[in-house]
Ligand binder design. Structure first.
Ligand SMILES: [Zn+2]
Length: 104
């Protein structure tokens, strides 16, 4: 998957459009990521002890990666991800920023 845990992404659609956040978790099978503070859903939490009040907590829900763009840590622009081999003919590839060409 093009987006990894720990990346910074820009949201490009939905109610959090044009906000940036950090990827907390990546789910490659579903093509989704969990972004800090984005796509929040309110959840009612039951009181744990009697006498305590129940509360509403906001939890982030995973976003599909087609709704985000990677923010390059080198040039700080939202970019497409490219790939290139570090050493010629080697299988392992590194991600590069298509704006500045740096490894991301
Ligand atoms: Zn860049």
């Amino acid at each position: 998957m093009k987006i990894h845990k720990g990346d910074t992404v820009l949201i490009i659609s939905g109610k959090d459009k044009s906000r940036k956040g950090k990827v907390l978790e990546a789910f490659p099978k579903e093509g989704r990521i969990l972004v800090e503070g984005m796509n929040l859903r309110k959840k009612h939490q039951r009181p744990k002890k009697s006498g305590e009040k129940g509360q509403i907590v906001e939890l982030p829900r995973p976003i599909h990666i087609s709704n985000v763009k990677l923010v390059c840590q080198k040039c700080e622009k939202a970019t497409k991800v490219g790939y290139k081999s570090k050493i010629k003919n080697q299988k392992s590839k590194i991600r590069i920023c298509k704006k500045c060409g740096q490894e991301v």
